[in-house]
Write a protein that binds this ligand. Structure first.
Ligand code: C5P
Length: 290
């Protein structure tokens, strides 16, 4: 194959419950994860060795980590487990902020696995790709789905969810890095009992009703470390026709939900004008299955 290009969408946790903690310290989750149209791009070209170059708005935050990048880890694991020795020149265009709770690195890794499986003509079955995804990180299996899922366990259990309506979001990050590990470490609340969650939502009202009974359990810990998150949440909530606002993942990015694109675009413009130092984008929630 000559060239290959794939979008690696950002993910949002519409809710995130912590249902327990494993002996190794990892937290058990129950989280509704959706995909956004905001995406990094991975381009693959033929090469004799495996190389990665990074460009785009957030490339500078990753340059030091090229050797340890999750994309290279994904490609190396895929080669190891499939017995393939081929090379590839991978270019990652980084549009998703790094370390922001948007699963950018995990999505890059998931998309890279899917793309290289085709590029190298490996024909690895979904089970094998899933096993590699689990080894790469908690969010990688959910990112492999490229559509709405309930994520459970520490991320290895993924159940498809049908969202039968469009919706749009504004994503806001106050610019303070927030390491995932520290946020989990600061989680001191009681565990949430797992529930029988719906796997299909016919209307945005159905979804909002469910979200109203849920939370992001990592919000208090994240706010303690970056108090600006509370201000971000309140500012999103104040925008016209905002249906819902919450922090995603371990933060610090927060999102507002809107029923149509122009409401999201208006809210994003207002927030950007008032807080030019914040990173704000509006984007659609979309099924990104290949
Ligand atoms: O999987 P990831 O590399 O994103 O996790 C970073 C850190 O977050 C882990 O080392 C762990 O301390 C914490 N974590 C956790 N429970 C999870 C996911 C992450 O405690 N389910």
């Amino acid at each position: 194959m000559m060239q290959f290009s794939i979008a690696a969408p950002a993910k949002l946790n519409l809710c995130l419950h912590i249902t327990g903690r494993r002996a190794d310290g990892y937290h058990l989750l129950e989280s509704l994860v959706v995909c956004t149209e905001l995406a990094d791009t991975i381009d693959i070209a033929p090469a004799s060795t495996l190389t990665l170059s990074i460009q785009g708005e957030f490339a500078e935050f990753l340059q030091d980590f090229t050797d340890h990048n999750l994309v290279i880890k994904a490609a190396s694991l895929l080669r190891l487990q499939s017995g393939c020795n081929a090379g590839a020149a991978i270019t990652l265009t980084k549009r998703i902020p790094v370390g922001a709770g948007l699963g950018g690195g995990s999505s890059d890794a998931a998309s890279c696995l899917l793309a290289l499986n085709q590029f190298w003509n490996l024909r690895c079955d979904p089970g094998m790709l899933h096993r590699i995804a689990v080894q790469l990180g908690s969010d990688v299996p959910a990112c492999m789905a490229r559509s709405a899922v309930w994520m459970r366990g520490i991320g290895e259990l993924v159940t498809p969810v049908v969202l039968a309506f469009p919706m749009w979001v504004v994503l806001v990050n106050p610019g303070s890095p927030l390491p995932t590990k520290d946020v989990y470490h600061g989680f001191k609340s009681a565990f949430t009992t797992p529930r029988n969650m719906p796997t299909s939502f016919s209307t945005i009202q159905d979804l909002l009703a469910l979200l109203g009974t849920t939370k992001n359990a990592l919000e208090p810990s994240a706010i303690q470390q970056v108090p600006a998150i509370q201000h971000v949440l309140a500012s999103i909530q104040e925008t016209p026709r905002c249906l819902f606002a919450r922090m995603t993942g371990s933060g610090a990015t927060c999102f507002g939900l809107y029923a149509n694109q122009s409401d999201a675009a208006t809210a994003r413009r207002m927030l950007q004008q008032r807080y030019p130092e914040w990173w704000c984008v509006d984007t659609g929630i979309k099924d990104m299955t290949l």
